[in-house]
Design a protein around this ligand. Structure first.
Ligand SMILES: NC(=O)C1=CN([C@@H]2O[C@H](COP(=O)(O)OP(=O)(O)OC[C@H]3O[C@@H](n4cnc5c(N)ncnc54)[C@H](OP(=O)(O)O)[C@@H]3O)[C@@H](O)[C@H]2O)C=CC1
Ligand SMILES: CC(C)(CO)C(=O)C(=O)O
Length: 305
């Protein structure tokens, strides 16, 4: 299968690298100096596997049409990335493995055939050209927003052959919302307090806040016609248990002085609440606190003793 990975950072390079190693015709599309390092020495994957993959990498999107585009930018870069791909998106299958709500709508807006996805794999880029696959998770994909298509099965089988455990669902929208609701609680609380996920599970005040945030998100989703395959509350406890040692990705973005995906997680939940005349006080507050933290960029005077 001819595959372009659009936004080959941490997670995109893992997917693209493993697919290339399994014999698929892959091009990673990313930024310098990562692309240059891959061209020079290959893509080095460490952790769950230890391998060097010689895979094509470039900084702009080729003009010939692939069978599949895997979209793996941060959610705030989706629009610009799809724009940069231009005409080749039209009529082409595009699989999003991003977090947040709204990526698939934008694929459809640009004329792509959207496959939604969520993945619980954990990857970081330690240096240009080197990624660390720290958590072996699962990926769930499906025709967006619902339904079935034989091509989605083919993509899932291709990912499986590459060593990425993948399941197909007929309700991918439900999965995307479940994950976003869980992230709306864990990522914000973890970011505001700068704590590991474990503390949210073991501190009664924080756990009860997290549960209220999840309840608020569920109510908004249900009013918007979203049906869950896995109830977000169940996913909250499962995720906290499985990612105890993690500092969540939003907090890591703040520590690196980068933009976060808050507008596409809590921000979208607030937007969907407004659409059905509901209030979202907890999501609104958490959204604003993270926005403030983003703006301050850690530049806060701490009181000295
Ligand atoms: N890392 C992980 O373990 C997981 C990540 N996710 C989700 O996957 C998505 C990607 O995360 P992650 O891989 O960590 O993020 P990264 O920032 O590591 O990767 C995204 C890459 O895409 C690049 N990019 C953005 N726009 C373009 C463009 N137009 N053309 C080429 N490259 C572009 C970015 O460059 P620049 O920085 O210059 O914008 C960056 O290098 C997020 O939504 C995240 O929440 C989901 C599950 C696990
Ligand atoms: C599951 C969790 C909360 C793991 O930390 C995550 O998805 C993230 O950090 O963005």
């Amino acid at each position: 299968m001819k595959i372009y990975v659009l936004g080959a950072g941490a997670i995109g390079s893992l997917f693209g690298g493993l697919l290339a190693e399994a014999g698929e015709d892959v091009i990673l599309i990313g930024r310098e100096p990562h692309v240059g390092a891959i061209k020079k020495k290959g893509l080095i994957i460490r952790g769950i596997v230890d391998t060097t993959v010689h895979v094509e990498a470039m900084t702009s999107v080729p003009r010939d049409r692939p069978d599949l585009i895997i979209l793996s930018t941060k959610a705030y870069s989706t629009e610009e990335a799809l724009k940069s791909a231009g005409e080749i998106v039209k009529g082409t299958w595009v699989l999003s493995i991003q977090n947040g709500i709204g990526n698939e709508e934008r694929i459809i807006k640009f004329g792509g055939r959207a496959i939604g996805g969520i993945t619980t794999n954990g990857v970081v880029m330690s240096e240009p050209g080197i990624i660390e696959w720290r958590g072996k998770g699962v990926t769930v994909i499906g025709l967006y927003p619902q339904g079935h298509d034989p091509f989605v099965e083919e993509v899932a089988n291709t990912l499986e052959r590459a060593g990425l455990e993948t399941h197909v669902t007929e309700n991918v929208q439900g999965w995307i919302w479940s994950k976003a609701i869980v992230n709306s609680a864990i990522n914000t609380i973890g970011t505001i307090l700068e704590i590991k996920n474990e503390i949210i599970m073991t501190n009664d005040y924080l756990l009860s806040i997290a549960m209220e945030v999840v309840k608020e998100g569920c109510k908004i989703a249900l009013q918007n016609g979203i049906e869950f395959e896995v109830p977000p509350m169940e996913l909250l406890f499962q995720t906290l248990e499985q990612t105890k040692e993690n500092y969540n990705s939003m907090l890591q973005d703040i520590w690196r002085g980068k933009q976060t995906e808050i507008d596409y997680i809590n921000g979208k939940i607030v937007e969907y609440a407004k659409a059905v005349n509901l209030d979202a006080p907890m999501n609104t507050l958490l959204w604003a606190l993270v926005k403030a933290k983003e703006e301050l960029k850690g530049n806060v005077w701490r009181k000295r003793k």
